[in-house]
Design a protein around this ligand. Structure first.
Ligand SMILES: [Zn+2]
Ligand SMILES: [Zn+2]
Length: 112
């Protein structure tokens, strides 16, 4: 379950569709897809946050999750589950290509 989102920046950067959220087998496999970026390649990809090391598909270096930059609330920490609502809370995100905070997220739909 989750949102289908797409990251777009004025500089022309556009991510593919990212299936953000948790799968129906989340409580078995803990897979949680979140948008992440590689500053070297200037790309944004959906990656499994439950893994300790998520690689960039191009250079194989570690990607950085946008979620890491967001402070989680106490309730989220207690439950061990974070909300999916952090993206709309902030309008502009760091663009891995032009390195400015001009990246927006577009809501494409829902998946389940
Ligand atoms: Zn890379
Ligand atoms: Zn940009």
């Amino acid at each position: 379950m989750g949102n289908i989102i797409k990251a777009v920046c004025q500089c022309g950067l556009e991510s593919g569709e990212i299936y953000q959220g948790i799968g129906f087998r989340y409580f078995e496999n803990g897979i949680r897809i979140e948008p992440a970026y590689c500053g070297d390649c200037g790309i944004i990809v959906g990656r499994d946050m439950s893994k300790s090391f998520s690689k960039c598909p191009q250079c194989r270096k570690k990607v950085k999750f946008y979620k890491e930059d967001v402070e989680e609330s106490e309730i989220e920490k207690e439950l061990g589950l974070a909300t999916d609502d952090y993206l709309p809370e902030k309008e502009q995100w760091l663009c891995p290509r032009c390195k400015r905070e001009t990246l927006g997220s577009e809501f494409m739909g829902m998946w389940d």
